[in-house]
Design a protein around this ligand. Structure first.
Ligand code: SF4
Length: 237
């Protein structure tokens, strides 16, 4: 398990809480627009220095009372078998934990929920549940087995044992209005489903640049999708 970055404070990651964000390297997917290639591509990960866990624990100890939560992000944190032990130690300090996940490890997700090691899950829904569509949006590395696992994770989250959100980053080259409406139908029982626009960044996993939606387009998509689920539009500014 390689910790490569700690954001000391964020009001965005963990809804309603002042939290630190811990970034773990490594991810089995290759979403073309992903803006953190340094956390995804092995040759980039290698170049990043690892932050020792003890240093992270010392920082969290020092911030007790000020920070309310810790968000575990990536990459994909659940690829690390040692994640439960790491999270357990943070929980013992009194922090609430948010996990960001792409859903590829439902066994780990179930374990973390069952053992009360996470309090909030934020799961990416990259497309409607058609294998070929997911295959395309995840950089053509997705297997059918991974796809089934992702669907299983959605089911685990929908059991409602912890607070959660689903979310989709909208990218013109990959999403159409009807895709998002279909996702909303598929998760109609969900507490909340956020739509967020793709933001241009210098680097992406594929090395290519993509196109964000116009504000009015996003609002139009949200309006239609709201007929089926609790859809909200996320704005970062
Ligand atoms: S956006 Fe895709 S490639 Fe990037 S970290 Fe998330 S799941 Fe992995």
């Amino acid at each position: 398990m390689k910790i490569v970055q700690v954001q000391k404070q964020s009001l965005i990651e963990y809804p309603g809480k002042i939290s630190a964000v811990i970034f773990l390297a490594g991810c089995p997917l290759r979403c073309p627009w992903c803006y953190v290639p340094q956390l995804v591509l092995p040759e980039r990960i290698q170049k990043l220095p690892e932050i020792p866990q003890e240093k992270v624990f010392a920082f969290l100890e020092e911030r007790r009372g000020f920070l309310e939560g810790v968000a575990i992000s990536g990459g994909e944190a659940t690829i690390n078998p040692k994640l439960p032990d790491f999270v357990k130690r943070i929980k013992k300090m009194g922090y609430e934990i948010e996990l960001e996940t792409n859903g590829t490890n439902p066994e780990m997700l179930e374990y973390l929920i069952k053992n009360k090691l996470i309090d909030y899950a934020a799961m990416d829904l990259k497309q409607r549940f058609v294998f070929e569509k997911w295959y395309k949006v995840t950089g053509e590395v997705l297997t059918r087995e991974m796809f089934e696992k992702i669907k299983k994770s959605v089911g685990i989250i929908l059991k409602n044992r912890i607070d959660y959100q689903f979310r989709t980053t909208l990218v013109k080259e990959f999403h159409k209005k009807e895709d998002i409406v279909e996702i909303a139908k598929e998760i109609r029982r969900a507490k909340v489903y956020y739509l967020q626009n793709y933001e241009k960044t210098e680097e992406t996993v594929s090395g290519r640049q993509f196109t964000p939606f116009k504000e009015e387009e996003i609002l139009d998509i949200a309006k239609e999708a709201q007929r089926y689920a609790n859809v909200k539009v996320r704005r970062y500014l």
